[in-house]
Write a protein that binds this ligand. Structure first.
Ligand code: NIG
Ligand code: FE
Length: 414
């Protein structure tokens, strides 16, 4: 008897949420819905995902804290593509574009990314953290529990390092998972004007030093007319491969540059944007298991009309993730749920595809297998939403639908 009681005590969960419906996403299709569900967790890991009726006892006897809830529970959202660490803003550029100036035109005349580089270089690490924190908090409040954050507005060793350090500090400060991506090959800084090969050489030298400090989880580049060419991206990817780091790519956003095929050739985690990706690119992605990261915020803000090859992605079973691309130029978007909404309206994703895109497939785009679905043994990252059906996550524009957001079994306070 004493032995049995001891066993019951050690299996007691830290928390148990009872009564809400669960969208587990733990099936190949559908929401993986469980009506009147229950979710138990211990030490930051899910210990029970199922119906309330099948719980092995009275809730109060099973967990230290029992939360009675209605509404829906989904996995914590994973924002797998952001540039949220930056200083300043580009609201003035937004006005210029509305008066007819093009994004590429502004970039070529010294505005665009390079103007954010100036502001980011001028900011101290503390100031950069202070400016970036509210953006991360906004994403969390609307359900994100994992954020990918890229460098790419420093474009020299010290400032790329500063950005990556701030990204790590945001994760620590907020108690969430942050994955950092080195995007040194984002734009050509003015001091390397006319010398892009030398700049790429410098980028490949910074990478191992930043990696040695534990600041890099993946490597990205901007493969584009106003970014870097395929041969240059290849050099960056080879440097990543030498360190065993996974790669991803801003591919085929403004023109077809064979970016998707290039990142697939390196077994990349994801090809992102992909509006101009061709059928051959899609096939290469399917063969390599590379995720397509759709960024409808940039599509929307740039008033793009060219759609990503959605039918081909579906036909070839290429997983489609959805992310905010939160950045000061093309996507000042502070809600992943809003990105899901835009993916439905612009790309005609179903709400279920959009939810999978912001959870299961987004986790895969970051190489993470410990989150993205509600399943025992995975991280207790989940959101309790005040909704009557999961499609509402993509239906409302704006608003505050998240009742509570849990990361590793702890309620996030933002
Ligand atoms: O993902 N395409 C390049 N990078 C960003 C834009 C960055 C910027 O304009 O500041 C993007 O859209
Ligand atoms: Fe981006």
């Amino acid at each position: 008897m004493a032995v049995a009681m001891a066993a019951a005590v050690t299996e007691r969960w830290d928390g148990l949420l009872v009564g809400a419906s669960l969208a587990t996403l733990d099936d190949d299709a559908g929401y993986g819905a469980i009506g009147r569900g229950a979710l138990g967790w211990k030490d930051g890991v899910l210990g029970y995902v199922g119906t309330a009726d099948a719980l092995p006892g009275d809730p109060a006897s099973l967990a230290d804290e029992v939360i009675q809830a209605d509404g829906w529970i989904t996995p914590g959202l994973v924002d797998c593509h952001t540039h949220l660490v930056f200083a300043g803003d580009r609201a003035r550029e937004f006005e210029q574009r509305l008066q007819g100036a093009g994004y590429e035109e502004i970039a070529r005349s010294g505005g665009g990314i390079v103007s954010t580089v100036k502001a980011t270089r001028a900011a101290s690490e503390e100031d950069l953290l202070a400016q970036s924190l509210p953006r991360a908090q906004a994403l969390l409040r609307d359900g994100a529990t994992t954020l990918e954050i890229k460098s790419g507005y420093g474009l020299d060793f010290a400032n790329e390092r500063k950005m990556l350090r701030v990204a790590r500090q945001l994760g620590d400060r907020l108690g969430i998972g942050v994955r950092t991506t080195f995007l040194g090959a984002h734009a050509l800084p003015p001091e390397f004007s006319g010398n892009s090969d030398d700049y790429i050489e410098a980028v490949t030298e910074w990478l191992p030093r930043l990696h040695a400090e534990g600041l890099v989880d993946a490597v990205d580049a901007f493969c584009e007319r106003i970014g870097f060419g395929n041969a240059q991206v290849r050099r960056v990817f080879e440097a990543a491969r030498a360190l065993g780091l996974p790669v991803k790519l801003h591919a085929d956003q403004l023109s077809d540059g064979d970016g998707a095929a290039l990142v697939a050739e390196f077994g990349g985690l994801s090809a992102d944007h992909v509006e101009y990706t061709t059928q051959a690119g899609v096939r290469a992605m399917a063969d390599a298991g590379t995720v397509a990261v759709l960024l409808p915020g940039a599509f929307h803000v740039l008033r793009e009309t060219r759609l990503p090859p959605l039918a081909e992605f579906r036909a070839q079973d290429v997983p489609m993730a959805v992310a905010t691309d939160c950045n000061p130029g093309t996507s000042p978007l502070l809600s992943l749920r809003q990105a899901m909404q835009l993916a439905c309206t612009h790309f005609r994703l179903t709400p279920e595809e959009a939810l999978r895109g912001a959870t299961v497939h987004a986790a895969r785009a970051l190489g993470l297998s410990d989150r993205g679905v509600l399943r025992t043994g995975l991280r207790a990252d989940f959101v309790h939403w005040r909704i009557g059906h999961p499609a509402e996550l993509c239906y409302w524009l704006g608003g505050a639908l998240a009742e509570r957001v849990f990361s590793g079994g702890k309620v996030l306070q933002t």
